[in-house]
Design a protein around this ligand. Structure first.
Ligand code: HEC
Length: 439
């Protein structure tokens, strides 16, 4: 259950003054394609080793990371029983998952046909060891995490044991677990984020996390199962590959205020049954009390009136923020990027600007042709992209519903969502219209 979020304020009365924070800016949730390539100690044939090291070992390395259940660095690994189904070998599952468009490996999309045929041919011929000169290169410089920030973090929010500074002990049988860590907002009134960094602690079990803001009181330092308040709104997120976010020099990011609460929702994936997993992952913020020239914040687009018929394929839901609303903007909005959100029935997602409200004059803000629930990353735009007064914003969510029930909007896994958290500035121009076109 991914959970989620959000929102809902009727079309006009946002919470004045209480900022919705933003998602990771230039990079929040990159895909495995962006992951850096590390040389692996491997006895795989060279052509196979090249593909595995470029496309799989950021997760399936010598120490599997981010919930990946096993290593894929040596030929023998492909002949072991699979973690999820011991009647199959890892190699058999590799053949299956690298061809499975619905549950692809790597999770961000299938390999190129040429890459696929190399893996298929090698496994088809028995998956035998080969030899390949291993070149060792110096480790790449650290670019992600609090140490790599250009500033000293002022606030950190991390997973913890109940009421304690200790990390959270991830149960050995947790499998696929959502755990929520609650805080009173530590941010002073009017302070802005200038940068923030993911803190990734026990890489073996952390799958992704999202930080939400709510006005509903939460225990400071509490731990609970995830039952998100209806007003929860997105502040920041991380998934494998996610980088630090450094705001442009003249833009500060709105932060929750001292009367708000924060919920760090962490998705753990301990299918490999690590018995000693203790995690304190989370986020570190650099903040300033001196407001920058521009303040960025989140505008929520999408549709909450979903009705996805049983056994439908390619069902489309559309939410439009109309020209009649954007016409009220006193000045254009600069778009930093999109953080789209749907659940597991989603198959494609887009938000377009309709210039002057015209169907004929469309410009994409974000287009995801194959939605992957595991890859909920931030999609940055060119900094020059603007929404002008009178433009319409059309968010389109496409679903496949194989079940025999009508699916509606909601935060349970069985429900769906269709939301785009758009990071824009100046957020002040948006006034109270923090959500637009949802109904
Ligand atoms: C971004 C991280 C990531 C990358 C890159 C990645 N995987 Fe995975 N892989 C996972 C995670 C997480 C799981 C467990 C969840 C699942 O099965 O979807 C997994 C599961 C699998 C499984 C199923 C294992 C089982 O026991 O069910 C196979 C097979 C697999 N990956 C093969 C690959 C191959 C081959 C590549 C490269 C071509 C690859 N993966 C790239 C993260 C990754």
């Amino acid at each position: 259950m991914l959970v989620t979020l959000v929102l809902i304020v009727s079309g006009g009365c946002g919470d004045d003054g209480m900022p919705l924070g933003p998602p990771p800016a230039d990079s929040g949730w990159p895909s495995s394609d962006d992951a850096e390539v590390e040389p692996i100690d491997s006895d795989l044939p060279c052509d196979v080793a090249d593909i595995i090291s470029a496309r799989c070992s950021s997760c399936h390395g010598e120490t599997p990371l981010f919930g990946a259940p096993m290593s894929l660095t040596r030929a023998e690994h492909f002949h072991l029983p699979a973690r999820s189904d011991a009647s199959l070998t890892v190699g058999e599952l590799v053949l299956e998952r690298t061809h499975d468009a619905a549950a692809p490996m790597p999770p961000t999309g299938l390999l190129e046909p040429l890459e696929l045929s190399v893996i298929d041919d090698w496994l088809g011929a028995g998956g035998l060891p080969g030899s390949c000169e291993v070149t060792t290169e110096p480790p790449p410089p650290i670019t992600t995490g609090p140490e790599a920030l250009p500033c000293e973090p002022t606030h950190t929010l991390t997973a913890h044991a109940d009421g304690s500074e200790e990390g959270f002990a991830v149960p050995v049988d947790a499998g696929n677990l959502y755990e929520c860590f609650t805080f009173k907002s530590p941010f002073a009134d009017g302070s802005q984020a200038t940068a923030f960094a993911p803190i990734i602690d026990d890489e073996r079990v952390i799958h992704h996390w999202i930080l939400y803001k709510t006005e509903q009181p939460q225990v400071d330092g509490g731990v609970m199962g995830c039952n998100m308040p209806l007003d929860s709104s997105f502040v920041a997120g991380w998934a494998p590959g996610g980088q630090n976010t450094v705001m442009p020099d003249d833009v500060g990011l709105e932060l929750p205020g001292p009367d708000d609460y924060l919920i760090l929702q962490v998705h753990y994936w301990n299918v490999a049954r690590h018995a000693d997993a203790v995690d304190a992952s989370g986020v570190a913020f650099c903040t300033t009390d001196e407001p920058r020239t521009h303040e960025a914040g989140m505008l929520t687009l999408g549709d909450v009136t979903l009705s996805i018929p049983p056994r439908s394929v390619g069902h489309v839901e559309t939410g439009t923020c109309r020209s009649s609303i954007t016409r009220l903007l006193p000045e254009p909005l600069n778009v930093i990027g999109s953080f789209p959100h749907m659940h597991e029935f989603g198959s494609a997602f887009s938000t377009h600007i309709l210039r002057g409200g015209s169907e004929a004059d469309r410009e994409a803000l974000v287009e995801i042709d194959r939605w992957d629930f595991q890859d909920q990353r931030f999609h940055p735009n060119e900094r020059s992209l603007q929404i002008n007064p009178g433009d319409a914003l059309e968010t389109r969510c496409i679903y496949d519903n194989p079940t025999s029930d009508t699916i509606r909007f909601g935060e349970r896994t069985e429900d769906e969502m269709c939301l785009n958290f758009l990071m824009v500035y100046p957020i002040g121009a948006v006034g109270n219209y923090r959500t637009c076109g949802l109904w």
